[in-house]
Every structure is written in structure tokens, then in C-alpha cells.
Design a protein around this ligand. Structure first.
Ligand SMILES: Cc1cc2nc3c(=O)[nH]c(=O)nc-3n(C[C@H](O)[C@H](O)[C@H](O)COP(=O)(O)OP(=O)(O)OC[C@H]3O[C@@H](n4cnc5c(N)ncnc54)[C@H](O)[C@@H]3O)c2cc1C
Length: 479
């Protein structure tokens, strides 16, 4: 029996947070309901709660628990899987962490930083830099996404090859559980073998087990030199040969290793202003690579030159350019980072973010391209991404020319075709962005029954009333 009526809910939350902490006006709520790709048709919310402290988060969660109200945790709203959007009922409460944006402490000796969950990723990077340290999580949405969202989606990005995904960068967490209890796990220990490592339950849980309110993050020595090169590959298989060579040659100082294909360069040239083709002759495949060192006064320039000369001699690359200034490095990285925007601007596009074992990336790309050519002739394929992590953004564009734009109407068919092949190769249908509501059916299709069962049992144990982001990652427990 709920102790608070739904009508009293708004008033109780306003009393707990003050008027500045609640948005209940339809117009003002609209930006919180929409998402980056404008896919959240019909999402409605009872209100947006914007607490300013862990105690306030706990208070809102307790009030909602008493009212039996469902909560949707929300960070920067860049998640791309409808995880931070409410359903269409208009009864769910969005709990947005945006006001909890403090860096609580930085310890350059321990190489740790303690932050509120609502701190924006780019702010965290800048504060680490000011303290002479480095926080390596880096992704296209870093100006908007929050660390709580990064933790809840176990975000990846371009630094995973060297530093690991978000899971590897978190030492401790503070979490408000679905009944309002606060778990203070804000430890900064490198070693702690005392039973189940509870923080890992909440990392990648997409807000279904509780609300992350703060974290202790791992920092690293600041890079003193980063060298960026753009290489034309002899063929697709050469990407892996070059990666292995670069890792061995540099003693694992490869900071980023991104695969690009010619259609990706062409779409950037066509859709983005001031993009220059980095090399004079076109090639089917390219790699954008960063080498970095944190040794004071160290330089990777000579290492990069020697590495590329050896790769040229071995026939792995046919040409390359090394950026000789930060501006030139940024210009090369713009192609990779703004590629999703360019594809969106081109229109009639579908995106798939899959992973396979690194060694199988070329075989996966070829197999998928062959299958697509058979069943969807004319559809253009644009595989690119974090090849060093086995993570490929397998993007499709509709046929060239003025014909009807019908690719989006085949979304499920195309996704299943690509996911079937990835999973058949012991890969994953979602390498980076999570599951949210968007990929719930894919969980049923691709996860083993024992995996689904374990997840549902965990969900029931921690959130028995299924009020914490219900219907995301696992089906509603009462469904
Ligand atoms: C241009 C662009 C580029 C991107 N590039 C990458 C990339 O390279 N790698 C990558 O991994 N992702 C990428 N993403 C996806 C996205 O940025 C990440 O998933 C990011 O981690 C989401 O953070 P957010 O704060 O926006 O979370 P939101 O979108 O607000 O939420 C995501 C999920 O986490 C939950 N959540 C949010 N905050 C909390 C919290 N404090 N406690 C509990 N649950 C919470 C939400 O309920 C939701 O389920 C990209 C997105 C865009 C738009």
C-alpha cells in the first residue's frame, strides 16, 4: 500500500528540494524528454527532480518509494539507447543529476579524484589537467555527458585500448539504492579483496539498480607528448598488423587506434565545412593513430617516424602523414569525431555498434559486407571505429542517387543481419552504448537464458518493486 498519493508526490518533492529543484511545467520539461537522435516519441514525465546533494537524492528516492512512483535517472542525456527517457505514461519521475556537479577532491599523490555524479566529463578532464594529472575517458559527447552516465553505461571511447573502459577507471562509488538507503563505497583503494566487488554491480547497470551519486576515479600521469598520424593501409588485414607492430614497437604506448574507410572520408568531405583530405591519393582503408608518452620532456616523434617507416617497408601502409602541430592533429581527429554528424547530415543512415575479438575484425567486416551486398544491393557500408578494442561502428547509408530513402524502414532487418554475424563470431550486439529500452528485444534474442535469468534475479534482489528505471536492460519484472 503506497503511503503517499500521486497528487501529493509533487508537493513532497518540492518541499524536499525547493522550487529550484523541480520542473513540472510541460514546456520546461520538453528538453529532458527528448534525446540526441530525436527518437523518444511520446515520452512524458510527472516531473523532473533536480537534487543538489546525495541527501536530497536519497530523500526524493524515499518519497518516490513511499508513493510507488517509478524513477528514471538521467545524466547528460546523450546515451543513444533511450535509457534516460521515461515511458509514455506521464507518471514516471526523471531524477536529473545536473546540479550535482562538484569535483569533491583531487589527490595527485594517490592519483585519484572524487566527483559528484553530475560532473560533466570534459570538466573532469580539465580539472585533472589543472592538477597535473590525466583522466583518459574521452568521447564525442564529453561536453555534455556526465560521469554518472559514463559509469552507468560503462562508456568506452577512444582511450580504451590503453586505459580500459570506464569500469577500469572507477575505484569507488556512492549509490542511492531503490529504497533510499545510501551506500558509501567511496574508497580509493587499489586493492580490496573483501567479497563481492559491489561497485561493479552498478557500473553498466544503466540506472536499473540505484542512482550513482559520486565516484572515486583513477587518474594517470599527464602525457607530455602526443603524436598523431593518419595512415593509408595496404588492405584491411594490415590494420591488425600495424596495430601489433605499433604496440610492440612502442612498449604499448598506443593511445588511440581508429579504423576509417574511404566512404567515411568522402561523407566528411561532402557534409562538413573545412575538411581536407589528409593524403593525396585515396585508399580503401585508413588508420588514425595516437602515440603518447608521459615521461617529462619525452617525445614520440622519432618513435612514430621509425614505426611508420618500418610499416611502409613491410607493406602494411602505402602512405602516411604525421601532424606537426596541435592544430593539424585536431584537424585529423575532426574527421573521426565529427563523422557521426556527417553521416546524420547525409541522411538515410543506420548505426550499429558491435564488437568481435580484435583478431576477427577484418573477417567480420568482410562477412557482413558480403551478406549485405547479397540481401540489400546498393546499400553503402561504412565500418569504422575502435579497431584496437574490436569495436566497429557498422554504419549503413542508403543507395546513392535520388531514389526513395527506405533504409530506416528496414532498421530491424539490417540490425539483425549485422548482430547475428557479430554474435556468431562470439561478439556483442552492443559494444559501447548499452541496452536501455532500445535494445531490450535484442537482449532476449542474443543473451543466453542463464544470463537473462541471473540479471533478473539481481534486479529483483536489489529493486524488488521494480521502480528504478523499469523496463530498461531487463524486462519489467512484473511483465
Ligand atoms: C556524439 C556522441 C558520441 C558518443 N560517443 C561515445 C563513445 O565513443 N563511447 C561510448 O561509450 N558512448 C558514446 N556515446 C554515448 C554516450 O555519450 C555515453 O553512453 C555516455 O556515457 C552517456 O552519459 P550521459 O550522462 O549522457 O547519460 P544519459 O544518457 O543521461 O544516461 C544513460 C543511462 O545511464 C543512466 N544514468 C545516467 N546517470 C546516472 C546516474 N547518476 N546513476 C544511475 N544511472 C544513471 C540513465 O538512466 C540511462 O540509462 C556518444 C554519444 C554521442 C551523442
Amino acid at each position: 500500500m503506497n503511503k503517499i498519493s500521486r497528487d501529493d508526490l509533487t508537493q513532497r518533492i518540492v518541499s524536499a528540494l525547493g522550487p529550484a529543484g523541480v520542473i513540472a511545467d510541460e514546456g520546461a520539461m520538453a528538453p529532458y524528454l527528448e534525446e540526441w537522435r530525436r527518437m523518444s516519441h511520446g515520452a512524458r514525465a510527472r516531473l523532473i527532480a533536480r537534487p543538489a546533494s546525495t541527501e536530497q537524492v536519497a530523500e526524493v528516492v524515499r518519497i518516490c518509494a513511499e508513493a510507488g512512483a517509478e524513477i528514471v535517472p538521467q545524466g547528460g542525456n546523450t546515451g543513444l539507447c533511450l535509457g534516460a527517457q521515461p515511458d509514455e505514461s506521464g507518471r514516471q519521475v526523471i531524477l536529473n543529476l545536473g546540479r550535482m556537479n562538484r569535483v569533491r577532491a583531487i589527490d595527485p599523490v594517490n592519483f585519484t579524484m572524487t566527483v559528484d555524479a553530475g560532473a560533466v566529463l570534459q570538466t573532469i578532464q580539465e580539472r585533472a589537467d589543472e592538477a597535473g594529472c590525466f583522466f583518459p575517458l574521452s568521447l564525442g559527447a564529453q561536453g555534455s555527458c556526465q560521469i554518472g552516465g559514463n559509469i552507468s553505461t560503462n562508456a568506452g571511447g577512444v582511450g580504451v585500448l590503453r586505459y580500459g573502459s570506464t569500469r577500469a577507471l572507477v575505484l569507488g562509488l556512492e549509490v542511492v539504492l531503490p529504497d533510499g538507503t545510501v551506500w558509501d563505497g567511496l574508497k580509493s583503494l587499489g586493492k580490496d579483496n573483501t567479497g563481492y566487488d559491489l561497485k561493479h554491480l552498478f557500473i553498466g547497470a544503466e540506472g536499473t539498480l540505484g542512482i550513482v551519486t559520486a565516484a572515486v576515479l583513477k587518474l594517470f600521469p599527464k602525457p607530455s607528448d602526443v603524436q598523431t598520424a593518419f595512415c593509408a593501409l595496404a588492405d584491411l588485414d594490415s590494420a591488425l598488423r600495424l596495430l601489433a607492430r605499433a604496440r610492440a614497437w612502442t612498449g604499448d604506448q598506443v593511445a588511440a587506434f581508429e579504423l576509417l574507410c574511404r566512404p567515411a572520408i568522402d561523407v566528411c568531405l561532402a557534409q562538413l565545412p573545412n575538411i581536407v583530405d589528409p593524403l593525396p591519393r585515396p585508399s580503401d582503408w585508413y588508420v588514425l593513430m595516437d602515440l603518447s608518452t608521459s615521461r617529462p620532456g619525452g617525445s614520440m616523434r622519432e618513435t612514430m617516424e621509425e614505426l611508420l617507416a618500418a610499416a611502409l617497408e613491410a607493406g602494411e601502409i602505402t602512405d602516411a602523414t604525421i601532424a606537426d602541430s596541435i592544430d593539424k592533429a585536431n584537424a585529423l581527429w575532426r574527421i573521426r569525431e565529427e563523422l557521426p554528424e556527417a553521416v546524420r547530415a547525409a541522411g538515410d543512415d543506420l548505426h550499429h555498434d558491435v564488437s568481435v575479438p580484435v583478431a576477427d575484425v577484418p573477417a567480420f567486416i568482410r562477412r557482413t559486407q558480403k551478406k549485405l551486398a547479397e540481401v540489400a544491393p546498393g546499400v553503402r557500408t561504412m565500418p569504422f571505429g575502435h579497431v584496437g578494442d574490436g569495436n566497429i561502428h557498422f554504419t549503413l547509408l542508403g543507395p546513392e542517387g535520388p531514389g526513395p530513402k527506405t533504409l530506416k524502414s528496414q532498421e530491424d532487418r539490417m540490425a539483425h543481419l549485422i548482430f547475428d554475424i557479430a554474435v556468431d563470431m562470439r561478439g556483442s550486439f552492443s559494444a559501447e552504448h548499452g541496452v536501455g529500452r532500445l535494445k531490450l528485444d535484442d537482449m532476449a534474442r542474443y543473451k543466453r537464458p542463464v544470463e537473462i535469468d541471473l540479471m533478473r534475479r539481481l534486479k529483483r534482489a536489489i529493486d524488488p518493486r521494480d521502480t528504478m528505471n523499469p523496463g530498461k536492460v531487463v524486462r519489467r519484472t512484473n511483465a
